[in-house]
Design a protein around this ligand. Structure first.
Ligand code: ZN
Length: 426
């Protein structure tokens, strides 16, 4: 036990120490480098980091004089992972009771403390960036956690946040309680075009990077095997959300599980489809045509299906088939897990990589969904997603070769974010 504690070295730095570390010149010796973009790895690369950024990447390179050396010469080095669908303010919701209890019995400050812990768990698992897709009733607490991390007050993954998300009256929990009660909502309830535009402006004013809305609910299969759903917003409302967000420079993610919800989200012009279990051939073609990203979140579906019963197991199967077709058609699949929908403390979100490989991707393709492709979704390709000169120094490492066993990515042993080392077990 003691030995475990001694070798598990997590370096938590105060802002001053972090700054000092950022100002040093660091040379990382990488036994094998997967840069997030290339089809093949590079052997024995030297990565030079200065002021939080990657200065150079040289195959068989020499260490510059005066640089502090980090020896990862027996490891595989990769860009920090990006999970493009998370909920730091949620601790698992297999059942409605799990969800309701968090909104009814936990204060928002308490939930924010757990959120900070979750952002740290993500970082220790190699996820240096998260796109957090709504606070589930915790208002704008994601903005506060993001700010505290960005200022170096607490260690955690870099956050892109979407604050409250939107759904119309009667479509999103808490639902089913006596009408006499005034209860919290898991989203900002929005009805009508003007209110949709107002909600976008409010959320952006309070710090939303992304806008998220729920395109559908109530999922059911028809005898032809197609997964359908009830669409939440009128086309006019959904278009108002997307147009307003785009007009003021923000991207839009839509929760869309059934084919009807996916079709409605595509008509509205969203930037990413979340979940997408009910993708049909036609909808996959349309997604390619519109250059829309797809975050499959397979881990959450597989985790909640046994406890939820009903259509949830067949939905996982439907998505497996859709994934293979989407991959074949060239849909831009981006790594997203919906962690928070499953507990942060129980499942490492890197589990998602194994599903992608099991569903037909090569290990390298799977890695790129969480690196270069995810950075592109975030419109941060210039700063994140690859190990190249000029990029932020978000670098992780594993002991064995993830191209031989993708499950190795669930055992990240080295984490650097913006030039600061948060974990080094080598
Ligand atoms: Zn989600």
């Amino acid at each position: 036990m003691l030995r475990r504690v001694m070798i598990f070295m997590v370096v938590v730095l105060c802002p001053v120490a972090a700054l000092a570390q950022q100002n040093k010149r660091i040379a990382i010796r990488a036994g094998q480098l997967i840069d997030g973009k290339s089809d093949t790895p590079v052997k024995n690369a030297v990565i030079v980091v200065e002021a939080g950024k990657i200065v150079s990447v040289t195959p068989d390179g020499a260490v510059p004089t005066g640089a502090e050396v980090i020896d990862l010469s027996h490891a595989t080095v990769l860009p920090g992972f990006i999970d493009a669908h998370t909920h730091i303010l949620l601790q698992g919701d297999v059942t409605a009771a799990d969800y309701d209890e968090q909104l009814l019995k936990q204060s928002i400050p308490y939930r924010a403390i757990l959120a900070a812990r979750n952002a740290r768990i993500a970082l220790e698992h190699g996820f240096t960036t998260l796109r957090d897709l709504e606070t589930e009733g915790a208002m704008y607490a994601d903005v506060d956690v993001k700010t505290a991390i960005a200022r170096g007050e607490v260690p955690g993954a870099r956050l892109f946040v979407s604050t409250r998300a939107m759904a119309p009256t009667g479509t999103y929990p808490l639902l089913g309680y006596s009408w006499e009660l005034d209860l919290p909502h898991g989203v900002q309830v929005v009805d009508g075009v003007d209110n949709a535009r107002l909600a976008v402006r409010e959320q952006v004013a309070h710090g939303a990077d992304w806008i998220k809305y729920y395109s559908d609910h109530g999922y059911y299969f028809t005898p032809d095997g197609v997964l359908h759903s009830h669409v939440n917003f009128t086309d006019e409302e959904a278009r108002a959300i997307v147009e307003e967000a785009h007009r003021i420079g923000h991207r839009v993610a839509a929760h869309a599980i059934g084919s009807d919800g996916i079709a409605a989200a595509l008509r509205a012009g969203v930037d990413s489809i979340e979940h997408g279990d009910g993708f049909t051939d036609e909808l996959l073609d349309q997604t390619v045509k519109q250059r829309v990203y797809w975050c499959p979140t397979i881990t959450v579906g597989a985790y909640v299906a046994p406890g939820r019963g009903g259509n949830w197991r067949p939905m996982v199967e439907a998505e497996r088939k859709a994934f293979a077709k989407g991959l074949q058609k060239g849909v831009k699949i981006v790594f997203g897990t919906d962690v928070g929908g499953f507990p942060w403390t129980e499942v490492n979100e890197a589990r998602e990589f194994r599903y992608y490989v099991e569903y037909g991707m090569t290990p390298m393709q799977a890695i790129q969904t969480a690196t270069s492709s995810a950075a592109e979704l975030l419109d941060w390709s210039g700063r994140l997603g690859t190990i190249e000169p000029g990029k932020l120094a978000d670098i992780v490492a594993v002991a064995k070769d993830p191209l031989a066993d993708i499950g190795e990515l669930e055992h990240v042993r080295f984490v650097m974010k913006e030039g600061v080392v948060y974990k080094n077990e080598f």
